[in-house]
Ligand binder design. Structure first.
Ligand code: 0A1
Ligand code: ZN
Length: 894
């Protein structure tokens, strides 16, 4: 049934097109219900491909005219969205005129309306919803775009590249003409026609060119653009300094739009952003918002080279641009945090800020990507097939893809990696290429190092397991470490080959200090951390010259995206929590210990939280020498989604009960220390986005969370007082979140006050929705969260048409609140099906993202599976089920 919806597309079937497009001249007569697009393409025959028709794709278009060199086409064949036009000679001009209805376009792909303005989203295949075109990334054309619209409704007319002409037209209309000097694939096309204002800045690039930077927003938001602009300038400088890459246009624009399916989009010279990743001022944005804006602005900016100048040959290569660009934005953010931290806290502060950023990235990978790798949609970072490409903008392609690039960076070193990047650009600037091209450039720039075995990371799905064990020989002072790797089968991929896994390792002595490392056969000891290359199924490494039995610290800095299996007793985890010189591993030791404690409680094999665990936590909490940001990370429990995946026959209710118990215990037993943290961190008089301040706030907010969970009166009073006195959102939201996650009736009062204050602020209301959807039931007398979520669907501020609202309310409930969503009576599952179907009728991409929240249903208990299956079947059988949702649900049921 689902295959009717969508045929499978295979990477192996890639063929270049017989005809490509050299230049395209687009004219838009913009109208909310009837926009007319005139498209003149200069098509050229591809000399390397045998004869064939001109292939264009078009979807949801009304075709008004089509000519080839001014004449009706010699032949025309239509097959679904594909149009094949017979043509002869070497070059022809094809002209297509189409009419579209932006108002009726609720998919937010193609040309659509948001708050009266026109916006586009073309990646991956949205351009075909605007005009007929060879809408594939390997067709790179030079675009000229003329926009024509009502001047009062749309005073601002933007497209890619440079503005070359503008003027008035009869009937209160006006026009603007834009020329993009760089050939680009159609997915990078964009237009905006709306009532907007811009924050502007002029900067000089490293070669001395002056460029204009603009952040376009609705008028009332002009006071919230400063941080996005600063982030853009920092990103521009960083790419110059780090990779020698300069902005290539005279003008670079960011436009914020409230209705957007994803985070942001890197259209050439005209990035379009979800408002969530642009707008910030202290009264409305948390530290996390500030951090996210900086990284998303940078991410899109970095795409100008990794994605736009060098693009993907086909969509299977998506990680070529996404994995690499995520890696670049992670490095950028780490550098920015380190630079800011070093100003107050010196090199140690800088190192800690970097580590905290790395821990954040690892948390995201474990929470989002590991479950994907263990589910029915598991795919390699370069998939072999898909039904709907929009379903493959995944944590695997992005985050695991970034880990793969990071491993290359680790294996080749900073300089080797940079040389590889330089060579990659020198070979492929202006081209649409593959992941192989990238890795080949890396190899060639590094003395032809054989990276063929490394390519398996691109081909194999699933999270590899690395099993480690060590044997100490006191007589010779040697320690033999055995490493074995194994990747479990994933759908369609039963057999896995060994991967190249960089394992960064340290050996800690009984005094808690790292030992200098010397492998057998080496003449002298070297650094205290080194990278072992695990390339076989099993390998051993013998370290010599040791004075005592060491404790291994493996995978330092999370040097590979794997699950480490290492038998460590509680005492050893506590030892590493206290002493591991690698902050990432110190954090990980705390996570492992917490996981063990929580899962034992959930399984009923422990009745209470072990005092030794509480003491290990206490030591971290009370160690004032440790960076507060690090302590906030190390003292936060592992994510619920990650823990669920670690349970056999996952039982969300039991897990929730265990997490509550652990939080209550840690909050109650350590109350005095948490209160000490709060006393030591009086709220700052003026908000500043700075890692030092943000770290202190994160720790204080965590203290409030634990105290509120434990029902500690002093903690609750403090949360209430901080909520009321807060001068910024970071503190206000932190205090509110603590109150909401408590049994205290103060939570309702605070939620109401928050709502009253921000009733007209869409982005802040998203937080208000999310907090309620994510609420645990600390007070058993309170109605299930589902009832609350249902009620909020009718809130005047909620709309199924706005993705941010859907993600805040439904996304949070389905993904971040398993304890409530998976209620034993199945009410949550029926609700899920209703909402997925309602969304699917409007916006299949968003519906599919919501549908994915149940993809790992087979990991749950048998009773829950029995409740979920009929709901999955109901959605798949529903009339008009989109290919997007059908792929997700179909694979979940396979
Ligand atoms: N390329 C963008 C993400 C993006 C992908 C698809 C979209 O619509 C379906 C929108 C944005 C990025 O990586 O930021
Ligand atoms: Zn991207």
């Amino acid at each position: 049934m689902k295959t009717e919806h969508a045929p499978t597309i295979r990477r192996a079937d890639y063929r270049p097109l017989p005809w490509t497009v050299e230049t395209v001249d687009l004219h838009f007569s913009l109208d909310a219900e009837a926009t007319v697009v005139t498209n003149r393409m200069s098509c050229v025959r591809n000399p390397d491909v045998e004869d064939g028709p001109i292939r264009l794709w078009g979807e949801a278009l009304e075709r008004l005219a089509l000519t080839v060199d001014g004449q009706p086409p010699a032949s025309l064949r239509e097959d679904g969205s594909l149009l094949e036009i017979g043509a002869s000679g070497e070059r022809v001009v094809v002209e297509v005129r189409t009419r579209i209805d932006p108002r009726a376009n609720t998919t937010l792909s193609g040309l659509y309306l948001s708050n009266g303005g026109f916006f586009t989203q073309c990646e991956a295949e949205g351009f075909r919803r605007i005009t007929c075109f060879p809408d594939r990334p390997d067709v790179m054309a030079r675009f000229t775009v003329t926009l024509e619209a009502d001047r009062a409704a749309c005073p601002v007319l933007l497209s890619n590249g440079n503005l070359v002409e503008e003027g008035a037209l009869p009937g209160d209309r006006h026009y603007a003409k834009w020329v993009d000097p760089f050939p680009k694939p159609s997915y990078l096309f964009a237009l905006v026609a709306a009532r907007l204002v811009a924050l502007e800045r002029r900067v000089t690039t490293k070669s001395g060119r002056e460029v204009l930077l603009q952040v376009w927003v609705e008028e009332g938001n002009l006071d919230r653009c400063g941080h996005a602009m600063d982030s853009l300038v920092h990103a521009l400088r960083w790419d110059e300094e780090t990779f020698g890459l300069e902005l290539d246009l005279d003008r670079f624009m960011i436009v914020a739009v409230a209705d957007f399916n994803m985070g942001a989009m890197e259209n050439k010279g005209l990035n379009i952003f979800n408002t969530k990743f642009v707008l910030a001022k202290p009264d409305t944005a948390t530290d996390l918002d500030y951090e996210n804006i900086e990284s998303v602005v940078a991410h899109e900016y970095f795409h100008n080279w990794t994605g736009n100048r060098v693009t993907c040959r086909d969509w299977f290569q998506l990680t070529l641009k996404e994995g690499l660009t995520v890696f670049r934005d992670q490095q950028f953010s780490a550098d920015m945090l380190a630079r800011a931290a070093s100003a107050g806290a010196g090199p140690e502060g800088a190192a800690s800020a970097r580590a905290v950023k790395r821990i954040d990235d690892v948390r995201v990978l474990r929470a989002a990507q590991f479950p994907e790798d263990a589910g029915p949609m598991a795919h390699p970072i370069r998939p072999d097939c898909y039904q709907e490409i929009n379903n493959f903008y995944t944590a695997t392609v992005y985050e695991k893809g970034a880990e793969v690039i990071r491993m290359l960076h680790t294996l080749l070193g900073q300089e080797g990696f940079r040389n590889g990047m330089d060579l990659y650009f020198s070979y492929h600037d202006g081209q649409a290429v593959t992941c192989d091209d990238f890795v080949e450039a890396m190899s060639e720039a590094n003395n032809g190092v054989d990276l063929d075995p490394f390519m398996r990371w691109y081909a194999q799905a699933g999270t590899p397991r690395v099993k480690a064990s060590g044997v100490w020989d006191g007589a010779t002072g040697s320690y033999t470490l055995s490493l074995a790797q194994h990747t479990p089968p994933t759908p369609g991929q039963a057999l896995k080959l060994p991967l190249v896994i960089p394992v960064a390792l340290g050996l800690i002595g009984p005094d808690g200090r790292d030992r200098a490392l010397r492998l057998e056969g080496e003449s002298q000891a070297g650094a205290t951390t080194r990278v072992l290359r695990l390339t076989e199924a099993e390998q051993t490494f013998r370290f010599v010259g040791l004075d005592a039995e060491p404790v291994p610290s493996l995978l330092r800095g999370f040097s590979a995206p794997v699950i480490l299996e290492l038998d460590e007793d509680d005492a050893r985890l506590a030892f590493r929590m206290a002493h591991d010189a690698d902050p990432c591993n110190r954090w990980d030791a705390a996570q492992r210990y917490a996981e063990r404690v929580v899962l034992a409680l959930a399984a009923g094999s422990a009745g209470e939280v072990a005092p030794a665990f509480v003491e290990a936590f206490r030591r971290l909490l009370e160690d004032a020498r440790l960076d507060p940001a690090f302590r906030a990370q190390a003292l936060a429990l592992p994510g619920e989604a990650y823990l669920l995946e670690r349970m056999a026959a996952a039982d969300p209710a039991a897990l929730r009960g265990a997490l509550m118990k652990v939080m209550r215990t840690l909050g109650g037993v350590l109350a005095a220390s948490w209160l000490g943290v709060l006393e030591a961190t009086e709220p700052a008089p003026v908000y500043r986005y700075h890692p030092g301040d943000a770290g202190a706030r994160a720790l204080a907010n965590l203290a409030l969370r634990y105290l509120a969970a434990a029902g500690d009166e002093r903690g609750l009073a403090c949360a209430q007082a901080r909520f009321e006195a807060a001068t910024n959102m970071a503190e206000r939201f932190g205090a509110l979140a603590a109150l909401v996650q408590s049994a205290s009736p103060a939570r309702e009062v605070a939620l109401a006050a928050f709502h009253a204050r921000y009733r007209d602020d869409a982005l802040v209301l998203d937080k208000w929705f999310a907090l309620q959807a994510g609420a645990w039931r600390w007070d058993a007398a309170v109605a299930p969260t589902l009832a609350r979520v249902r009620g909020l669907l009718d809130d005047p501020a909620f709309s199924l048409a706005n993705p941010n609202k859907v993600y805040a309310l439904l996304g949070t409930f389905f993904r971040a609140n398993p304890g409530e969503f998976h209620a034993a009576d199945g009410s949550g599952h029926a609700f899920w099906a209703e909402q997925v179907m309602a969304l699917d009728a409007k916006n299949p991409q968003v519906a599919a993202r919501m549908a994915r929240t149940l993809e790992n249903w087979r990991h749950l208990t048998a009773a829950l599976q029995a409740s979920i299956r009929p709901q999955l079947e109901r959605v798949l059988a529903s009339e008009g089920c989109s290919p997007d949702v059908a792929e997700v649900v179909g694979k979940a049921l396979e």
